[in-house]
Design a protein around this ligand. Structure first.
Ligand SMILES: N[C@@H](CCC(=O)N[C@@H](CS)C(=O)NCC(=O)O)C(=O)O
Length: 235
């Protein structure tokens, strides 16, 4: 039996991780039978991150690599016969969502002192109470250093807000005009983008990123439509 190993639900979300949600959505959409296994501690995984999939004894770690496997298993259904140019646009949006927008979301959860108690309870509930805060604070140092290295962490809040709005407006402009990220039909790239938007927009309590993202009705319409077509809700 195929296994999908993911983080647990938290912050009002079906999965605290947009990468885990995206893998679950794709597997359900394709009708793949699998056992859903929850792992709270990413350090116990092949690459220190979640999700990963176990198939015929092989561990496939990374949602994009899982998509490659699912696409092969479904004779190309996940990427829906997109042309090379369409795939190029899809991957450009994937990088925007997963390597830029995602990090703004991470910063809004981890580096806002008012929001940080939610990180402690949502991510570190499995750590014994007497060291929970300590474990969360030391992980926070790692997140701060990562955001600094990425570059986003060097910007003021106002500058980060500008980056966020440009990312969101790029997505909103495309899905308002085309309904989907690319190709005029539901593909893997809609799972990528919609599930990242779900992590941003449905996160409870709202972070500063959620508040801004929820100011774009086009994104809410798109998110609801993709989740309904895929048959998996992010909440
Ligand atoms: N490129 C990876 C990213 C996965 C990822 O960043 N997962 C996060 C949760 S959203 C994680 O496990 N982080 C744990 C850590 O970095 O320690 C994928 O697509 O699967």
């Amino acid at each position: 039996m195929i296994q999908l190993v993911t983080l647990p639900p938290a912050f009002g979300l079906r999965n605290v991780s947009p990468f885990c949600l995206k893998a679950e959505m794709a597997m359900k959409y394709l009708g793949v039978e699998f056992e859903h296994v929850i792992e709270q501690d990413p350090r116990k995984t092949p690459k220190g991150k979640l999700p990963y999939m176990v198939i015929e004894g092989e561990k496939i770690a990374d949602s994009e690599l899982i998509f490659e496997k699912l696409n092969e298993m479904s004779q190309g259904k996940l990427y829906g016969d997109l042309t090379p140019q369409e795939k190029a646009v899809g991957f450009a949006f994937t990088r925007l969502a997963e390597d830029h927008l995602y990090w703004l979301m991470v910063g809004s959860r981890w580096l806002d002192d008012d929001w940080f108690p939610n990180v402690v309870s949502g991510f570190f509930g499995f750590v014994p109470g007497f060291i929970r805060e300590f474990a969360a604070r030391s992980a926070q140092k790692g997140v701060r250093a990562t955001l600094h290295l990425h570059g986003l962490g060097r910007h003021t809040h106002e500058e980060q807000e500008g980056f966020l709005r440009r990312d969101l407006e790029s997505i909103a402009d495309v899905v308002s005009a085309e309904n989907y990220i690319v190709g005029g039909r539901l593909t893997a790239f809609d799972f990528v983008v919609a599930d990242m938007l779900s992590g941003l927009m449905d996160n409870e309590p709202a972070t500063w990123v959620s508040e801004i993202a929820n100011g774009y009705p086009a994104l809410r319409h798109y998110l609801e439509r993709i989740q309904s077509e895929a048959g998996v809700s992010g909440k």
